[in-house]
Design a protein around this ligand. Sequence first.
Ligand code: FE2
Length: 279
Amino acid sequence: MAILHVFDSPPPGANADWTMDQNWDDFTQAEHDIWDELVSRKAKMIASYASEAFVAGLGILELSKPGIPDFRELNPKLRAATGWEVVAVPGFIPNDAFFKHLSEKRFPVANFLRGADSLDYSEEPDMFHDLFGHLPMLTNPALADFLVNYGNAGLRAEAMGTTDFLARLYLYTVEFGLVIEHGRLRGYGAGLLSSLSETEHALTSPEVRRIYVDVPRVMRTQYHFDRFQEVYFAIDSFDELLRLTEETDFASVYARLEGLPPLEPGADCPQDIRCEAAC
Ligand SMILES: [Fe+2]
């Protein structure tokens, strides 16, 4: 699938804030069938590698039941869990709109589904990635609060021109993050759990560097767009992730990092604390 869902301004059917009606009744049976196939392909991996919090969220939201989730049914469950809701958007949306939605507890979900020819990999994040990948963690109160803080930090970063630093924090946590639960390493990132092979790589490969989250280190580290990451960042708990971001003055981190070259994706830093937990 090519990148098709990028727009300069809200397309017809979308509002000024980029939201649109989900138009759930317009989804075809073929699309519901693709959703069901995608869910069934993930089941074994989720059971083996996903964080308990992720699995709990899947249950709370009933995301594994047949058919594309209808936001009219989904939102009451999500609101009851953490006060968040999902909103449909046409695809990629600008940073300022994305950050504003997060800061106000709305998670934007691309309102299109990959085709039957892209079941294992979608070049652009679609509703399966956004709903099945991200939403379970939004039932976790600490991660949900982290994302509100992230949205507010994003609005400030936009004004300061420092969104590249902040984007790396999102990528290495919300997309590719690892968490230690009961002494075992598990995945909670949506991008990670989208791919069985990357999840196994991240959790089990001896060539991967797994280190504890350090906010300045994360913000300084570039990442790969087109292949598996070489470093993954682990947390002891979602409360710890929330606390780290609450206690860190991002503006002073940006100021410090602006005077330093970025770190390559595979960089090894002497101050890194290796995570020894096994999967
Ligand atoms: Fe994502």
